[in-house]
Design a protein around this ligand. Structure first.
Ligand code: ATP
Ligand code: MG
Length: 390
């Protein structure tokens, strides 16, 4: 096996979109597979072919392809010359050591100059497999599916289709700003938007020096995981403690969380304007905590006009937790930390703060100045995947 065939869903891809999709996917594969023994990545009509070096790290390649957004599925493949004789020899060698009760040969010709039509190729090569193995042909539900892809100057033969994550290649759908707390939900929300092709810039609000640095350490670790899906990711760390102190002096305890959130959104929106990002992303889901009642969601959103995307809005905690586990963020998210929203708030914040009430409570705050200062004092860290060699 010296090649990998990468397949993507073609249905929704028309005209110019398709070119952009494929070009970005090729670039992402090149970046994401660095230092695994890949010789080159190139696109052929309808497929992307990865040419491997002799020495390659297949388990690692497998892992990385399985999380490359835009990949529908992929197969390790054997390259042969595009002749019937060579394909037959290749196929027979490939299935010789396998036992299977039934099989199907499926051929796809992206090089239509090959003189024999695809069904005919499948039939002829299927005959040879049947003779060697004694297995039955079953086109609907075969125990072994053998794929042949005829590309410009080669035939690629494969037997296993390994699942990719689907979605769209990161970088094809514009930029968004993801609000990253240290919790379980927000990293999952950010990755979901990456899966829809968005580049996510991360922002985290912290209350250092009013709280310790554990929260920051944690989001840095999360950002490192998130970089696996986006290859490079920036984390904007915004000092928020002083703003909270300002809010605290003017506002009774039960209303504070909602006002914290309104300020966070304003700062995130200002950051989005700087970064030319088109939307914000949060990990909110209806009813999960007091600040996420429909009423509070509306009151929080009232602070900004930029769209807020909430990819987890209808999920329950169990589903989100399961997703966090498979994405690799869960273990980090459950480590103890100090979240800035716990600062100066009661155990039971108000579950329904009316918009007017929030606006009125904010009156005494110098909002524009606070937003400007917060951005001026913020710091940016960049995370790359794979991490640069030491
Ligand atoms: P999470 O598990 O993502 O922390 P949560 O269920 O704890 O979510 P909240 O604490 O109400 O919910 O936060 C709602 C959303 O607000 C988070 O998903 C996140 O997007 C954003 N958020 C909350 N705190 C912060 C913070 N300190 N920095 C950046 N974003 C935050
Ligand atoms: Mg939280």
């Amino acid at each position: 096996m010296n090649r990998i065939v990468v397949r993507y869903h073609e249905i929704a891809l028309k005209g110019g979109n398709r070119r952009i999709f494929v070009r970005q996917l090729v670039e992402n594969l090149r970046r994401g597979l660095r230092r695994t023994g890949v010789h080159r990545v190139r696109s052929t009509p309808g497929r992307i072919v990865i040419v491997l070096q002799k020495r390659n790290d297949w388990p690692e390649i497998h892992l990385r392809l399985a999380r490359t957004f835009g990949v529908a599925n992929f197969s390790p493949a054997m390259r042969t010359e595009p002749t019937m004789e060579a394909m037959e020899a290749g196929i027979l060698a490939l299935v010789r050591d396998r036992s299977f009760a039934s099989f199907a040969v499926r051929t796809r010709r992206s090089d239509k100059s090959f003189p024999i039509p695809s069904p005919e190729i499948s039939r002829i090569l299927g005959g040879a497999v049947k003779e060697q193995s004694g297995a039955a042909v079953d086109l609907d539900d075969p125990a072994l599916a053998i794929n042949i892809e005829l590309i410009r100057d080669a035939a690629l033969i494969s037997v296993d289709k390994l699942p990719g994550p689907g979605g769209l290649p990161v970088g094809t759908a514009g930029t968004v700003v993801g609000l990253l707390s240290g919790g379980i939900d927000s990293p999952v929300a950010a990755i979901r938007m990456m899966k829809r092709g968005c580049r996510v810039e991360l922002v985290h609000f912290h209350a250092v020096p009013f709280q310790d640095r554990r929260g920051i350490d944690k989001v840095r670790e999360l950002a490192e995981i998130l970089a696996r899906y986006q290859y490079d990711v920036r984390l904007h760390l915004v000092p928020f403690g002083e703003i909270q102190r300002d809010i605290v002096t003017h506002v009774a305890r039960p209303f504070r969380v909602v006002l914290y959130r309104r300020m966070m959104l304003r700062i995130a929106a200002a950051l989005a304007a700087q970064l030319e990002a088109a939307a914000l992303v949060t990990g909110e889901s209806v009813g999960q905590v007091a600040s996420q009642t429909l009423r509070n969601i509306a009151t929080i959103q009232d602070a900004v006009t930029i769209p807020i995307l909430r990819p987890l809005i209808g999920m329950d905690k169990q589903e989100i937790t399961g997703e966090a586990e498979s994405l690799g963020t869960y273990e980090i998210s459950v480590q103890p930390d100090q979240d800035c929203c716990q600062l100066f708030v009661p155990a039971h914040p108000a579950t329904g703060v009316p918009v007017d009430k929030a606006r009125q409570l904010e009156q005494p705050l110098p909002i524009d100045a606070l937003v400007r200062q917060a951005l001026e004092r913020s710091e940016t860290a960049t995370f790359e995947f794979p991490p640069p060699p030491a």
